[in-house]
Every structure is written in C-alpha cells, then in structure tokens.
Design a protein around this ligand. Structure first.
Ligand code: FAD
Length: 352
C-alpha cells in the first residue's frame, strides 16, 4: 500500500505532491490528461500565486509570463483604469501546469499521466481507487485535487452562484490591440456576464468569460454580440487560435468544503471562488501548502478542511455576492461608478 495518492495534476495537486515528495513521502499523482493541455481560466496570476509558485521552484517569469500592473473596466462606451496594488503575471495554464508537473517529477513524485481515477472507496485503513484503465490501487491517504471534475459519488453541492457558463479562447490579436494590452488586464462587462482579456506568453491574448446560462444560446451568437461592444475593437483584425472555445458549465462558485470524510480536498475541491473576483490559483496553492503541513504534522484531514474553510470562507462568500451583482445591469453600473472599490475588492479577495 502506498502512502499517498494525489488525484489531479493542476496547481493544487502538483503543489501538494511536490511538498510531500520533498519531505520524503512516497507519493503517486494521477492526472487524467495524457499531455499538456489548455484549461478554462483567465490565466491571471496574483502576487500571492507567484510567491507560492516561487517557493515550489517554478518561476513564471522564466516561462515568459506577461507582467500586469493595471486593470481596466469596460462597459458600453466607458472605460476606467486603475493601478493594481501589486504586480501580477499572466501565463497560459498549458505552460504553467506542465511546469508544475515537471517540477513534481523532478521532486520524486510518481506522475501517472492519462490515468483517470473513477472511484474512491474506504476499506478499513486503506483508500481503494479504481482507475479508467481498469484495476485498482490502495493508499493510506488520498488528496482529491480534481478541480472542476467530481469523482463518482463524491459530488460537491452547487454553491451560491451556479448559473454561469465559462469559456476561453486564445487569440492572436492585431499589433495595435496587442500593444494596447501591454501591462493591463481588461474586464469587459456585458449583458449577462463579464469577460477578461489579457496577454499571456508569446504575444497571444487570452479571452476568458462567464455568462449566465439564460443569456447564452450558442458561441457564434455570443461572439457576434461581444464584437458589437468595445471588446470588438480589441478582437478586430485578430484571429482565434482554435476554431472553438473551451467551455465549462455548472461551476459551483461559492462552494466551501468544511468537513472531511477522510479525504483531503484541495484547490477547487476545497473552495471555488468566482473568476476575476478572487484568485483561484493562489487559493489552490495555499490549500496545498496548508494540507501538506497538516499531513506532515500527523493531523487528520478534517482539521485541515475546517481550518482552510475558516481562512478562505469569508472571501469566497464576498466574491460570490459580488459575482452575482456583476452579471446584472445595476451591479455593472455601480462597478463602473466606483472602479477603485472593485479593484480593491478583487485585490483583497486575491490576497490569500
Ligand atoms: C472561467 C474561469 C476563469 C478563471 N480565471 C482565473 C484566473 O484568472 N486566475 C486564477 O487564479 N484562477 C482563475 N480561475 C480559477 C482556477 O482556474 C482554479 O481555481 C484552479 O485551476 C484550481 O486548481 P486545481 O488544481 O484545484 O484544479 P484544476 O486546475 O482544474 O486541475 C485539476 C486537474 O485534475 C485532473 N483531473 C480531474 N479529474 C480527474 C480524475 N478523475 N483523475 C485524474 N485526474 C483528474 C484534471 O485533468 C486537471 O488537470 C478561473 C476559473 C474559471 C472557471
């Protein structure tokens, strides 16, 4: 029986596995995707996330992350800009997550790619996991870091704001639009949703948005609608890097796991903060740090889960309330009237 199994090789799973392996724990990480892949994400790395990545030995700067120090809010014909209280970075998840997994392998983690864990069952002192390729394994402890995806029979409740769809598409923008985005992240507010636009590495821009299910019928229709807003000026003359966007539905924004059935839940399995209003990756990395410390101190999973919920719960709740307002016309008007408030709310929520 192995000591620890980590399910999922995103920031939470990889960070936890690195820390345990460095402390001498025999740890296996199962990642369902066989290769580096894109994920629905704004790809904005706050200062907190960058610091935590540095501690793991992963340097986004060395991976050509784009620096960001300003945020612009855009609605209708109005645009307001504010300086961020910290320097952020922006890097594609494909590059970042791959660097984390490489770091994990280097630290001695047994990284199994293309291996999906389909079921987890408790049998006496052991966790038995079933995998997609058939067969099963036994571990003393299991860290569930499967992000957006729930394992069979272990579903998260819906959360406080769960009627949003998420989309992401990388774009090669025109030279003018690429230059206009230097050092800035733009948040475009539109009827029923909001979209983030920022540069990542190699001169590519990431368009990532959430939209209410009721305001969505099909991607081409939504894109046409967005092109009739100021976002259209940024996209004009540009080309999407992929024919169709990546999409995610039923995001349980606002979910916070307060108890444990013996599993250690990390990252989005521990708490889901709304996109652009808090910093999911920093929280995922923080959950990994705290879980690793608790595990290595011999504490039970329940202790960590309760403490983590207490630390991040109020921020997740505040960001969820804000997110509900930000898809409504009145909330959007208020955000435009007080952009500094929104920026400080975002920065405060991000500072985990
Ligand atoms: C629209 C949107 C925009 C966002 N924008 C930002 C942003 O700009 N900045 C930010 O910090 N955060 C952002 N987030 C949040 C951020 O993406 C997440 O908080 C973060 O990815 C959580 O990390 P994680 O490791 O928990 O999960 P993930 O990154 O989702 O990783 C989970 C991994 O587990 C693997 N997996 C899943 N199921 C299994 C299984 N059964 N067996 C094996 N492997 C499995 C998956 O393939 C994946 O690699 C955004 C989220 C959304 C939805």
């Amino acid at each position: 029986m192995r000591e620890a199994l980590v399910v999922g090789g995103g920031p939470a799973g990889a960070a936890l596995a690195i820390r345990l392996a460095k402390a001498g724990t025999d740890v296996l990480l199962a990642e369902k995707e066989a290769e580096a892949h894109h994920k629905v994400c704004g790809e904005f790395l706050s200062q907190g996330a960058v610091l935590r990545l540095h501690r793991l030995g992963v340097l986004p700067e060395a991976l050509c992350a784009h620096p960001i120090d300003r945020v612009r809010l855009v609605r209708g014909e109005r645009m307001v800009e504010a300086r961020l209280p910290f320097r952020a970075l922006s890097l594609s998840r494909k590059r970042l997550d791959e660097a984390l997994l490489e770091r994990a392998e280097f630290a001695g983690v047994g990284v199994m790619r293309g291996l999906r864990v389909t079921r987890l069952e408790r049998e006496g002192e052991a966790w038995v996991n079933t995998v997609s390729l058939g067969g099963d394994g036994r571990s003393k402890s299991v860290f569930l870091a499967s992000g957006k995806h729930d394992i069979r029979d272990r579903h998260r409740p819906p959360g406080g704001h769960d009627d949003l769809l998420g989309f992401k598409q990388h774009w090669r923008l025109s030279p003018d639009a690429t230059e206009a985005l230097r050092g800035a992240v733009e948040l475009h507010l539109f009827d029923g949703g909001y979209a983030g636009l920022e540069r990542v590495e190699d001169g590519i821009a990431n368009l990532c948005l959430v939209v209410r299910k009721s305001a969505f019928s099909a991607w081409p229709e939504l894109l046409d609608r967005l092109k009739r807003t100021p976002l259209g000026q940024r996209l004009e003359g540009g080309e999407p890097c992929w024919p169709r966007p990546l999409a995610v539905s039923a995001i349980p924004y606002g979910h916070v796991q307060t108890t444990s059935d013996g599993l250690w839940r990390l990252g989005d399995q521990a708490a889901v903060i709304p996109s652009f209003l808090g910093e999911g990756m920093a929280m995922a990395l923080m959950s990994a740090e705290e879980a690793a410390d608790a595990y290595l101190d011999g504490k039970p999973a329940g202790d960590f889960q309760a403490r983590f919920a207490k630390a991040v719960g109020p921020r997740v709740k505040a960001a969820t309330l804000l997110s509900r307002r930000l898809v409504e016309p009145m909330g959007q008007r208020l955000a435009m009237a007080a952009p500094a408030f929104l920026v400080s709310a975002v920065a405060g929520a991000a500072r985990v």
